[in-house]
Design a protein around this ligand. Sequence first.
Ligand SMILES: [Fe+2]
Ligand SMILES: [Fe+2]
Length: 538
Amino acid sequence: MVSENWAVRYRKLTDAGLIVLGSEAKEKIESLSSILPMLEAARSSDVKLLDSKTIDDLLSLVPDGTDQKSNTNSDNKGQYTLPKRGNDSPIGRIIAAPQSELEIAPRPHGLEYYDMMDFPMEAKEIDSEIQIHFDITGKSTTEGTMSDIQNCFNSRLSQIRNLMISNRILPRKPISISEAWRNRQRYSSIDYEITLVGLAEGPSWARSGSLIFYVEDESGTQKCVLKPPSDASPIHASMDGLMEDEVIGVTGFFIGDRDPAFLVQDIHKPPLQNHVKNPAGEDSAVSAAFLSDIHLGSKTFLDKPWEKMIHWFKNDPLARTIKYFVLSGDGVDGVGIYPGQDRHLAIKDLFKQYSELARLLDEVPDWIDIIILPGNHDAVRPAEPQPSLDPEIQQDYSDAVFVGNPCDFSLHGVRVLSYHGKSIDDFVATLRSVSYDKPEIAMKAMLERRHLAPSWGNKTPLSPEPEDNMVINEIPDIFVTGHVHGHYVGNHKGVTLLHSSTWQDQTDFQRMLGFQPKPCILSVVNLHTFATASIPFV
Ligand SMILES: [Fe+2]
Ligand SMILES: [Fe+2]
């Protein structure tokens, strides 16, 4: 970790648009009593990269450079330049009066841990490496029939049950509900416990404090009772509630003679071991930036901070490490998304919203590949998985990769799962621990259930594909969502969790709910070290 002094200096250097190359250069800078004369010399010489030799050259321009204690502000009587390449003019030409102390702009959070020396090359020198593992675009086959729905649930059950069995998280081999029911008299005491695996249905809390629910597998449905704990039982301590249609295992036995219920002694969730990330190689150490919910077309789109971000992209050294810019849905506000939306729109035509977004994204430097997912405000089917935006819309965008929602992809081998996050609405409505100001809890709940949107028929429309692609089969290195307009950067069991920030100010609806969004924060991740920075533009 860097020292505090270096962190302050580093911040001044990055504010001035300078990149330090190599440990020798860093040591030289640390040894200076003040870096201001060198900053001035670098600025007037139009120098951006500071290696050891350039620092020596710059310091040679600074009067009395050996004792800079006397040369912090007012003693500096001139501004000095290195010769431009191919220019023979002598070093040390005085071109202007000196500036006073450089003003430090509001700076990124966490940048002291985001070491520019981790990047041997600029992003523009490194070729793109995007590999898509799952994207529904062009592959949706459902006709929405009952058998499609059944196949989708069977696919979910078998995928997650296989994960439970192969990761040995169940106390014994599960049996089918029909087999359990046939032998219910035998499995009717704690000495004859069995384990079932199925979809949880109809969970409700009884007055007694028991959780009543059903489990369903391919062979039948069984009523289950989880009694309230007589002590601080580990089951109830973690019982946050069950999501409708999530896959669980239950261990217990039958009780009662007429219509016996299954008395649950333990609930098993799918496996989620500590994940070991797969970093990008040192020779492809680049960053990815993440944002969501730009909501272009809305009157509450924040245009001034956007200009500030574009300026940052064009001028900040950190921006030169960014190779990818992932936009996780709701790029535009859309039209007719909710009743009365029209009066909140600055751009009322959907295609104009998209072409204006294309114009704004065109300002992002060319070396950055933009990856665009749709969200629930976009002009695609709302049922998830959603396909990518229409080719007619895509043609306005010069350099973007359009994918569906969710999308599972790799950037230089780093596995990213990007999901807009509509199902967070369902997690908030169901689980006791989840609220809109903590979307990361819903994200952890998704990982723990190995499913992005388990509940059918609630707030998240789902497309019943024969294979349930909302199952999280592969644990990602980076899991990113948006949708609820918060912001979070953290870790859960080895996975980098990002809740991407929005570019929309508080809406009337959010004001009514008392919800304060966290707009205009760019999340940046070093794909080699997984160091993160969150850069605010308001
Ligand atoms: Fe949104
Ligand atoms: Fe959304």
